[in-house]
Design a protein around this ligand. Structure first.
Ligand code: ADP
Ligand code: MG
Length: 329
């Protein structure tokens, strides 16, 4: 039986020369849960993971993994964990299946067991058609799937996933999420870093937001959203009346109103949801027809924006995220 707490880290700190990569990170992950570590590029996510996975030693602070001391008993810690890096580490000349078999053999599996587990993962990750092709011809997304599969050969007690889906297309991302959920169902504890707020929202039981090497917020997604408090009111009107409608809304809400002429929408923060009815009445009084109205809870994006004063930088290859941030700018 594993202890109830998978990770307990207190005041971890790591510097590289003058660079303070991780200033002060404390976090706790209950066994069997998924912690999402969210933060912009350079926040200290990878450094935190590398310390917790025994790859680098903290300058100060301490941590236990399933009760084993990180620096005092690294061998015991290593036997309980598996890590997938941000960058793929597979052998280019081998096929996908051969890569997985090799990793299995390295973990001490018999040839037969290594092949069976490799085949199982190939199927789970939707790589069946490419199983016997050398990885050198694979797309980035396929390569990542092989890399992720390799880290899951042995169902580890604790799996670190460092930005597992950065740069992946939406279909592959969904596949990765489902494999992660399967592992969690089998009892694996997961610490996942991500720049994707939706990913954190989808997979995590709790979240830690780090910025400049420090924990700036923690809790579950709902409690973080509640912290922001303010909801937003979104109203669609005829595009020709957008400016007039914006003036009316400003008067009623006494707030900044953002207009997007392309889709005839107005968005404004509202602290009190009942103001939305007053807004509609005022618009109708001004002869403006409201085509659509909605009041939206804050998203994790809003949370992130309010805490770090900068949205998580969407990786350049992710068109969806890029469009979203473009529209918000
Ligand atoms: N080996 C290293 N040598 C020098 N600086 C580093 C090293 N690793 C990370 N850093 C710096 O530490 C900070 C945190 O990096 P990292 O942990 O990789 O952040 P993240 O994974 O959140 O993007 C960055 O400023 C990065 O440049
Ligand atoms: Mg990183």
């Amino acid at each position: 039986m594993l202890p109830d707490i998978a990770i307990n880290a207190e005041h971890l700190r790591k510097t590289f020369g003058d660079v303070v990569a991780v200033d002060d990170v404390s976090l706790t992950v209950p066994t069997g849960s998924v912690l999402g570590v969210l933060g912009p590029n350079g926040a200290g996510k990878t450094t935190t993971v590398r310390m917790l996975a025994t790859l680098i030693r903290p300058d100060s602070g301490h941590a236990t993994i399933f009760g084993r001391d990180l620096t005092g008993d690294p061998t015991a810690v290593r036997s309980l964990i598996s890590l997938t890096g941000q960058y793929a580490s597979v052998d280019e000349d081998l096929t996908a299946l051969e890569n997985l078999e090799l990793f299995g053999r390295l973990l001490g599996f018999s040839g037969r067991k290594a092949r069976a587990r490799g085949s199982e993962l190939i199927e789970q990750f939707g790589l069946s058609a490419a199983a016997n092709r050398p990885v050198s011809g694979f797309s980035g997304g396929m390569r990542r799937r092989v890399d992720l599969a390799a880290s899951m050969i042995r169902t580890p007690a604790l799996l670190f996933l460092d930005e597992p889906t950065t740069g992946l297309d939406p279909t592959t991302r969904t596949q990765v999420w489902s494999v992660v959920r399967d592992l969690v169902d089998q009892g694996t504890t997961v610490l996942l870093t991500t720049q994707y707020l939706e990913e954190a929202d989808q997979l995590s039981d709790s979240l830690v937001v780090i910025d400049s090497g420090r924990v700036v917020a923690s809790g579950d997604a709902d409690s973080l959203k509640d912290r922001v408090g303010t909801r937003s009111l979104e109203i669609a009107v005829e595009p020709a009346r957008l400016d007039a409608a914006a003036r009316v809304l400003r008067g009623v809400l006494d707030a900044t109103v953002t207009a997007t002429p392309e889709n005839g929408r107005l968005v404004a923060p509202i602290a009190d949801p009942s103001l939305s009815a007053r807004a509609v009445v005022a618009l109708e009084d001004a002869g403006i027809t409201v085509a659509e109205i909605s009041v939206r809870r804050p998203s994790l994006d809003d949370v992130f924006f309010s805490i770090t004063a900068a949205p998580a930088a969407p990786p350049a290859s992710d068109t969806d995220a890029a469009t979203e941030s473009g529209a918000a700018a």
